[in-house]
Design a protein around this ligand. Structure first.
Ligand SMILES: Cc1cc2nc3c(=O)[nH]c(=O)nc-3n(C[C@H](O)[C@H](O)[C@H](O)COP(=O)(O)OP(=O)(O)OC[C@H]3O[C@@H](n4cnc5c(N)ncnc54)[C@H](O)[C@@H]3O)c2cc1C
Length: 610
């Protein structure tokens, strides 16, 4: 069973219509006169309708039917096909990645739509989202020939796209991949030989062709990541007139039997078993120095996919939350702790259940604020003509992306589990919706680079970007916010916590630098994940407090009798909870990094046996 699609768009509307400056985004040439703030409600309402009526009915088929591998072919549930085509044909899917599509939504708005759609079936979304991402790669790096051959049908959804990095030998360390590319007499055309595993949508029977964006090393190129190139490898060859040619010697040799998202086919692929698999190189071939452009190009797409992964994590957790709230208002159990002689009550009246629910809600508010602000920066990067504004947005986007991927996905696992706890034993049962959501969300901390890889991106690269200026400017936003609101009495306690937290966070940076300069380089890896979480908590604390100031203002304007009071009051309490309960966790991380506990390094490997 157990789909129970429950959704609410009030927070999205608050973010899009009240918090973020969407007039600025709608004012960019691309959207000016096409969309405005007035369209937001209708677009979100339509997205929810599609999610509920078209996509959600396919959700149960993840478990009931799943993707099936037989005789080299993969079939996916019929309900998935129906939903996929609806999404693609009605402009909700990969066409939004097309720079020339007139109806494309701003990313900040599209992510709200994508969240609703993904929440209705986590196993379906990768088929159209990976297609969008891989088409974007061809759009950004392909020559006119490749764009003409592939893009129209990828943007229409007639052909799907995939992203093929992982191999048994090259997982987190893609530089160790073994897939090879051999030049042919035709410039840009290569023979591809090798294998890939874990490829999402690597084989399916939804679309007539699948375009695999595949990493491989041109024979003779450098070892490691710098020698890798990226190739466009279709399942069926595409003739010059756009028609489909022969099978491109690219076989599916199996799919994974997974814990969740079972309708999403995760395929193992063999390229060129008959030495007849061909692919077009994206960009230039490796030069004299043996350097390929593949990793840099793939990173471009992976950044988008990382943010998308965060959106998906948020989406599933939101469904779990709304189900848990509904259950807590219906389930009668126990009597009030403060008045044991009273009658039995709904569990939402119990302190600990309220703690769990507010914990989930506050995190979801934080996650959505982080996610949508990241997409807001993306819109500025793509559309602004002001180089300084683009640079500043790019810095913030670069820092926020690993936070979106890792913090949101780590939290999704915890929050869906907490939603299960609200249900008690009934949550552990597959009769109810939470069990599937818990299983589905686990993948988000693993794919698109494990969350450790994200943490190292933050600490190893983003901290140092532009000699540290990018990160200082990112923190500068928080300092400026604190200064601007120094006199605020209503949130004095929360502002004080944020103030302490940012200073504490700077101690983390200092302590790690000192450890590294003292030769303890391993401490960077040891603490990276915890630093990423501390960074996310600091930044989300700031974003939520900023939202709370606005919500509090609205309460004053509208009064407590207004129908929207509960929403705004919820925003205020949610921010207070996050600032008072979650942000202080940064202090613990600071202390333990300063002390420099190294027990995880010191313990002998043999001792792990016991
Ligand atoms: C359902 C699913 C769908 C997927 N879809 C795709 C797809 O479409 N395309 C694609 O290319 N790949 C895909 N993947 C692969 C996914 O991206 C990889 O599984 C992931 O990058 C991790 O690689 P790995 O599994 O080889 O784990 P490993 O690299 O072996 O890592 C195992 C553990 O060791 C840690 N680790 C590894 N190296 C280091 C290090 N140097 N320092 C510290 N810790 C380290 C990791 O963080 C992890 O915790 C998918 C995977 C799954 C399960």
């Amino acid at each position: 069973m157990a789909q129970n699609f429950m959704w609410d768009t009030r927070d999205h509307k608050f973010i899009l219509k009240e918090w973020l400056d969407m007039d600025k985004i709608f004012g960019f040439d691309r959207f000016n006169g096409v969309y405005s703030k007035d369209d937001i409600d209708a677009i979100l309402a339509e997205a929810v309708k599609v999610a509920k009526d078209v996509i959600a009915p396919s959700q149960d088929d993840n478990d009931a039917v799943g993707a099936v591998f037989k005789d080299g072919k993969v079939t996916v549930p019929e309900s998935f096909k129906k939903a996929y085509w609806f999404v693609q044909e009605n402009g909700w899917g990969s066409c939004n990645a097309d720079h020339h599509y007139e109806g494309a939504l701003p990313k900040t708005l599209y992510t709200a739509v994508a969240e609703a759609l993904a929440s209705a079936n986590a196993g379906l979304a990768p088929y159209y989202m990976a297609t969008a991402g891989s088409a974007e790669l061809i759009q950004d790096f392909g020559n006119d020939h490749l764009k003409e051959l592939f893009l129209p049908k990828m943007f229409s959804g007639e052909w799907a796209g995939t992203m093929d990095l992982t191999e048994p030998n090259g997982g987190s360390d893609v530089g160790d991949l073994l897939t090879r590319a051999f030049p042919t007499d035709t410039p840009g055309l290569y023979k591809i030989r090798g294998s890939k595993c874990f490829i999402t949508g690597g084989e399916q029977d939804i679309t007539e062709n699948i375009i695999h964006l595949t990493l491989a090393r041109v024979e003779g190129a450098r070892p490691g990541t710098s020698g890798i190139s990226l190739f466009v490898v279709p399942k069926f060859w595409v003739n010059e007139d756009g028609s489909l040619g022969k099978f491109n010697d690219l076989n599916c040799i199996g799919i994974e039997h997974k814990m969740g998202i079972k309708g999403s086919a995760t395929a193992s692929l063999a390229f060129g078993e008959e030495n007849e698999c061909y692919g077009w190189i994206l960009g230039d071939p490796p030069g004299e120095d043996g350097k390929g452009q593949g990793m840099a190009q793939m990173f471009n797409m992976m950044n988008t996919e990382r943010a998308t992964t965060g959106t998906a994590a948020l989406a599933e957790s939101t469904v779990a939350y709304h189900n848990a709230v509904q259950y807590a208002t219906e389930r009668i159990q126990g009597r009030p702790l403060t008045n044991p002689k009273a009658g039995r009550v709904q569990i939402i009246k119990h302190e600990d259940v309220r703690r769990m629910l507010l914990d989930i809600k506050a995190h979801l508010d934080a996650m959505r604020a982080l996610s949508m602000k990241t997409y807001y920066y993306m819109d500025i990067i793509i559309n602004s003509k002001d180089p300084e504004e683009v640079k500043q947005a790019d810095w913030r986007y670069g820092i926020s992306t690993p936070l979106c991927k890792a913090y949101l996905s780590d939290m999704a696992w915890i929050l869906t589990a907490e939603a299960m706890q609200v249900y008690g034993g009934y949550g552990y049962s597959e009769e109810n919706p939470i069990a599937q959501l818990v299983r589905d969300v686990k993948i988000y901390s693993i794919w698109e680079g494990t969350n450790y890889i994200q943490s190292m991106d933050l600490v190893g690269r983003k901290w140092m970007q532009a000699k540290g200026q990018a990160f200082n400017d990112f923190l500068g936003d928080i300092f400026a916010f604190l200064k601007a609101n120094a006199d605020n009495q209503e949130f004095a306690r929360e502002l004080e916590i944020l103030n302490k937290a940012i200073r504490s966070y700077n101690e983390i940076r200092k302590a790690i630098q000192e450890h590294a300069m003292g030769g303890k380089i391993g401490f960077i890896g040891l603490y990276a994940t915890r630093i990423l979480h501390a960074t996310a908590k600091l930044y989300c604390g700031y974003l939520l407090l900023d939202q709370a100031l606005l919500a509090s203002q609205r309460i004053k304007e509208l009064g407590e009798d207004h129908f929207d009071y509960a929403f705004y009051k919820g925003k205020v309490e949610s921010a207070k909870y996050y600032l008072r309960n979650i942000v202080p966790e940064i202090f613990t991380v600071t202390e333990l990094i300063k002390v420099g506990d190294s027990s995880a390094i010191d313990i002998p490997e043999e001792s792990f046996q016991f």
